[in-house]
Design a protein around this ligand. Structure first.
Ligand code: SAM
Length: 251
């Protein structure tokens, strides 16, 4: 598999190549064992990439010498999904972030709902957000995306839904009577889609009413109750089928 490395946006336009040090060089030299002349794809995290060859290998440093021009890379699903995930327990959010990136999410917006436990503050929450952002970057690198989805700091659910700009609004709720497929049929992917999904304990009646009041359409994922970490990839894969992304030919 071709090695991929994230670089700064301006680095892709450097005329002959880019010198890498720090974590990027460490990863390529120590972890991936890149050799002189190996092909490396550099991506800028905002949608472009450029292929080059590793050269001038030294301790903790190497250069990528470009083979061709910068080009648009594979990015988020055309439906531009904002995934509003009410925080589940433990480290389950790590897996949700990773899978959401692989399945083409555009924004991950963690939220505190009434049944999200525990609610962290200060340095602990900052550390978790940093971790999710690192997971998102690593998942983007591994799955061949040239953009890195935005991972927001957690907000109260009411605030998270107030930030929504997408025209399509879906609310994954076990008690919904509209199938996800039927709700999607009435949407256009270009308008973007925001999805609210719950933690282990689901939503209370008042909370569900507030989400519906913010124009989110309750949608069902079928007769079985899925775990939070199953619901996210299930919905995102179905949205990719709807947007056409699932049928796109790999480059
Ligand atoms: N015990 C909770 C309840 O009954 O409310 C179940 C919550 S479920 C483990 C976690 C989240 O996944 C839900 O809040 C919802 O967003 C989503 N989910 C799981 N199964 C679903 C289904 N069949 N239809 C719609 N959403 C579902």
């Amino acid at each position: 598999m071709t090695e991929r490395v994230r670089v700064g946006a301006a680095d892709l336009d450097a005329p002959s190549g880019v010198v890498l040090g720090g974590d990027a060089a460490h990863h390529l030299l120590r972890f991936s064992r890149v050799r002189d002349g190996d092909i490396v794809v550099a991506f800028d995290g905002v949608g472009r990439e450029r292929t080059g060859r590793a050269c001038d290998l030294r301790r903790g440093e190497l250069r990528i010498s470009w083979d061709g021009p910068a080009r648009p890379g594979v990015v988020a699903d055309a439906a531009g999904v904002r995934w509003i995930q009410c925080l589940p327990k433990g480290d389950k959010m790590d897996g949700i972030v990773r899978q959401a990136v692989e399945l083409g999410v555009r924004v991950v917006a963690p939220a505190y709902s009434a049944r999200s436990v525990p609610r962290e503050v200060g340095a602990r929450v900052e550390a978790r957000v940093d971790r999710w952002r690192r997971i998102a970057e690593e998942a983007a690198r591994q799955c061949g995306r040239a953009d890195v989805p935005e991972v927001r700091a957690p907000l109260l659910l009411a605030e998270a839904i107030a930030h929504v700009i997408e025209a399509g609004r879906l609310f994954a709720w076990e008690r919904a009577t509209t199938p996800l497929s039927a709700a999607l049929a009435g949407l256009r992917p270009e308008g973007g889609i925001a999805v609210v999904a719950g933690p282990e304990g689901g939503f209370g009646d008042d909370e569900a009413e507030r989400v519906v009041g913010a124009a989110f359409v309750p949608v069902s994922l079928g007769p079985r109750v899925l775990r939070a970490e199953t619901a996210a990839p299930a919905v995102l894969a179905i949205i990719s089928a709807f947007s056409g992304d699932l049928a796109a030919i790999p480059r």
